[in-house]
Design a protein around this ligand. Structure first.
Ligand SMILES: C[S@@+](CC[C@H](N)C(=O)[O-])C[C@H]1O[C@@H](n2cnc3c(N)ncnc32)[C@H](O)[C@@H]1O
Length: 494
């Protein structure tokens, strides 16, 4: 049934708002869906006419019920397990086994995978299933499996892990038997083991910054962003691709969908490879030959370190405080995400005999972003040996421990951070996520609510220190989304 027409000017402005905030370009064939969603939104939120609805939408933050309702209505969330056989086969037969063999040879059992625009989670769980089949010693591995989307209702469904038969239409028989259970309500549920391995959270590819340790989008081996760009404004795709490039660890790979046609001029830093009707993009190391060599890892007793500098650096006992301005060049390198150059600059200063917690912190941050989590942890410990009261070092340490999947130690580091500063928004947020992950939903919810309350009380445009360019307003919006994803009553309903 055709939907009620909207005034052309209102329709145009809603489309523009959606494009600005999400990157999604609505096409002619999606207009009926848009009109129906708007009509439903007007009735649901008690607006008297469409102009009033538009005005409310304009003022609303991206986490407002109006905006969420609109996003849930217009995003195309179509997905299914083991989508695109050619890519799945290549992952199963070639790419994952090669990476796994390399990690085994290095005795470094970790893998980091991000499904960006994950919808109801089928893509991420498919990867988890491939890994479960390829890793007989799964429990020894530190797997980081992250799914993100801007549709909070889809994320809630992903978290729940229940699917219709239709979602399993490309699922191999053995995977169906091994990883799913048939439920009384005639749905298939993903095994508990895999659900416990996967993490889902809100991230808007258009508005949020990445890579970021906070959203766990740094040093990734594999990013899947399939069938998302197809709905994007092409002008926005290039920027997102550049950010994906920065998220990948050396040798990392980006998988796009077969229909995600992109302009080859935007593929700077990637090499493109065909896979039947699909393709993958491998990260090229920019000017690998001319890049400064990362300094060799130091023995455990004398590692080096680093996150963005605290607003008021503290001196180690008996040491004069170094003004932040003295670290200008290193801070600029960190800002440019030039991790190897940061390591070299820190090493040069330390070799000249400079000490202090901040240099170790810088080193820890660079190492963590390069995926060298164990060395990063050592550097953090050195930073704390120099100044045990630095909340930023404790927080960074917590993030690194999370990457290493050392959850109890990460929780303790977050509690220490909060002991030093009870209003540390990011620490409350991470603690909340961690508690959720460990099954303590009530405490997790409470921690996230604490984070939200603090973020809402702060000056909205004040930047958060450890949160990759986020200000308090954005952090509050993200927290509202996260709370909705985990909220037991409303979660999972469109
Ligand atoms: C067609 S689904 C693709 C799901 C899965 N990747 C696959 O290929 O089966 C597209 C997803 O991208 C999400 N999406 C669209 N714009 C987004 C944005 N700006 N940030 C994050 N996710 C977005 C939508 O909500 C939707 O869930």
């Amino acid at each position: 049934m055709p939907a009620h027409a909207l005034a052309p000017i209102v329709e145009e402005q809603i489309c523009q708002l959606v494009r600005e905030r999400t990157g999604i370009r609505l096409l002619d064939h999606q207009m009926d869906t848009l009109r129906r969603t708007v009509a439903d939104g007007i009735a649901r939120f008690g607006h008297t006419h469409e102009e009033e609805y538009l005005a409310a939408l304009r003022l609303a933050s991206p986490s407002s019920p109006e905006f969420e309702h609109l996003i849930a209505g217009i995003t195309v969330g179509e997905s299914y397990f083991f989508r695109d056989q050619a890519q799945m086969e290549w992952l199963r037969e070639q790419w994952l086994p090669r990476l796994i063999a390399r990690r085994r040879a290095d005795n470094d059992l970790h893998l980091r995978i991000w499904s960006a625009g994950c919808s109801d989670g089928q893509e991420l769980y498919s990867l988890a299933m491939l890994l479960a089949d390829l890793l007989p010693d799964l429990e020894r591995w530190n797997l980081h499996l992250l799914g993100t989307d801007l549709n909070a209702a889809a994320l809630a469904r992903a978290l729940r892990g229940r699917y219709s038969e239709w979602s399993l239409r490309a699922t191999p028989e053995n995977a169906r038997h091994r990883h799913f259970r048939w439920e009384r309500d005639h749905t298939w549920s993903v095994s508990e083991t895999l659900r416990a391995r996967a993490r889902f959270s809100y991230l808007n590819l258009r508005e949020d910054s990445f890579p970021s340790m906070l959203s766990e989008t740094a040093a990734l081996d594999l990013v899947l962003c399939r069938n998302v760009f197809i709905y994007f404004d092409p002008a926005i795709v290039a920027g997102v691709l550049r950010k994906f490039h920065a998220c990948l660890a050396p040798g990392g790979c980006l998988l796009l969908g077969a229909s995600d046609l992109i302009d080859s001029a935007t593929l700077d830093g990637f090499s493109l490879h065909g896979l039947g009707n699909a393709f993958y993009l491998e990260r090229l190391e920019p000017a690998q030959a001319s890049a400064p060599e990362p300094p060799p890892a130091r023995p455990a007793a004398t590692p080096r370190s680093a996150p963005p500098p605290p607003a008021t650096p503290r001196a180690a006992p008996g040491e004069a405080a170094t003004p932040l301005a003295d670290y200008g060049e290193i801070i600029a390198l960190l800002g440019r995400e030039a991790w190897n150059e940061t390591l070299a600059a820190v090493a040069a200063r330390q070799d000249r005999g400079e000490g202090g917690a901040l240099l170790w912190q810088f080193r820890a941050k660079a190492l963590a972003n390069l995926g060298r989590a164990r060395e990063a942890l050592e550097a953090c410990d050195m930073s704390l040996a120099s100044d045990s009261g630095d909340k930023h070092s404790h927080f960074l340490r917590a993030l690194i421990l999370l990457e290493l999947h050392r959850l109890p130690a990460a929780e303790e580091a977050l509690r220490r951070t909060l002991f030093l500063d009870r209003r540390f928004v990011e620490a409350h947020y991470q603690l909340g996520l961690l508690q959720m992950r460990r099954g303590a939903r009530a405490s997790g919810f409470k921690s996230m609510k604490n984070a939200l309350a603090i973020a809402e009380q702060a000056r909205p445009d004040r930047r958060l220190h450890d949160a990759a360019g986020r200000d308090h307003e954005r952090m509050a919006a993200i927290l509202r989304h996260e709370l909705r994803i985990y909220e037991p009553e409303t979660g999972g309903r469109r």
